[in-house]
Design a protein around this ligand. Structure first.
Ligand SMILES: Cc1ncc(COP(=O)(O)O)c(C=O)c1O
Length: 368
């Protein structure tokens, strides 16, 4: 019998049916101060784009454009400032990266699925592969797979492969004719030169892999983190060819990206001031957080590249991690536990936030 009550609840998630993610506590806390449980940008929603989104509600009684324009071309200009006209046909937007992850895996060749080489990684790829009946290989399996997914930089571990290492991993792990899903959602944090380090600008390499081995490389982006708009739902995928993009378009539900999200995207890509302060302040605030935490908890280990919007922390103790999670929640500053989803109960993930908000978290943790 169908029932509205989740069979096994994990907060608002139905633990039997859904993959756990952070970001759900804030709405249930009377004393909410800041959400440390998501990897969004510490600067919050960019103001001008937020205004454009609010104004777009005026057009809420019309359907959104079926070709996702002009927002799609604006994003192409952001990704490829010089070559956007030749690249835009490889790009398609989605209702969050989550929609596109699922669509690409539905189109992928049947067989085996394999994750990136890290301790763990963002789980939606695995969830989608399981739902589509793939045989799951472990990250250290010697076998190549039909479909591989690597999150780079890796949420939550903070590992990052530079392009040569990434290409090596792709060749060592993908079967001819296979699909490669590389998630670069957090890659733009790298630096103002992020494009040079991104797979999005490796057109020749991607074309060559497709021509010589039939391997299709897709580059996924969730834009809900960099531009702090998780509620708007905004993602994209750069496909290996325009034909692959059309294959996604064919199965995508029409108007999946709504008017408000499109207006937001169209405006946000021109906000260079926002990105400059992101590149300048995120590593600084991140390091300050690590320095303060190491003083309070000398045995904790802090993982991840310096430019990232979060810290992956090993407290080395399940009990301590639980206490840290409870105290944070009680103080209105929820953090992400490593237990649900990742099954790493000594770990917690903390978003990088401005010092005043960090003070609230660290005050709460004096009681650990
Ligand atoms: C690495 C990564 N990829 C994709 C997503 C999915 O993002 P969304 O569906 O909000 O765009 C997330 C969200 O946490 C993520 O961390």
């Amino acid at each position: 019998m169908p029932s509205n009550t989740p069979s096994t609840s994990n907060g608002p998630w139905d633990a039997k049916l859904q993959q756990f993610h952070g970001g759900q506590d804030w709405a249930h806390l009377d004393n909410f101060v800041e959400d440390f449980s998501v990897t969004t940008n510490a600067f919050g929603m960019p103001e001008a784009a937020k205004l454009a989104a609010i104004q777009s509600v005026e057009h809420g009684h019309h359907y959104p454009p079926a070709d996702q324009e002009p927002a799609k071309s604006s994003l192409a200009r952001f990704l490829w400032p010089e070559q956007f006209e030749t690249e835009v046909d490889r790009l398609i937007l989605g209702n969050g990266a989550s929609e596109l992850i699922d669509l690409v895996i539905r189109m992928a060749p049947e067989g085996t699925w394999k994750p990136g080489p890290f301790h763990t990684q963002y789980k939606e790829y695995e969830r989608s592969a399981r739902n589509n009946d793939y045989e799951m290989l472990s990250s250290d399996s010697a076998d190549k797979a039909n479909v591989v997914s690597l999150v780079n930089p890796c949420n939550p571990t903070g590992d990052y492969l530079d392009l040569p290492e990434l290409k090596k991993w792709i060749s060592e792990n993908t079967l001819p004719g296979g699909y490669v899903l590389i998630d670069e959602s957090m890659q733009p944090w790298h630096s103002p030169q992020f494009r040079e380090h991104s797979l999005t600008t490796q057109r020749e390499y991607v074309e060559d892999l497709y021509k010589t081995q039939g391997i299709s490389v897709f580059v996924m982006h969730s834009w809900t983190k960099l531009w702090c708009c998780t509620g708007l739902r905004l993602g994209s995928v750069v496909c290996p060819t325009a034909d692959h993009m059309r294959a996604i378009k064919k199965i995508q539900v029409p108007w999946s990206v709504n008017t408000v999200a499109l207006a937001f995207l169209n405006a946000v890509v021109t906000d260079t001031v926002y990105l400059e302060k992101t590149w300048e302040m995120t590593p600084e605030w991140r390091q300050q957080m690590i320095d303060r935490l190491s003083q309070m908890f000398p045995t904790w280990e802090f993982h991840g590249r310096k430019f990232l919007s979060w810290i992956w922390v090993d407290t080395k103790s399940e009990e301590v991690a639980e206490r840290a999670i409870d105290l944070a929640k009680k103080a209105g500053v929820p953090v992400r536990s490593g237990r649900p989803g990742y099954n790493l109960p000594t770990f917690i993930r903390l978003a990088v936030r401005e010092p005043a908000k960090v003070n609230v978290l660290l005050d709460a943790w004096k009681a650990i």
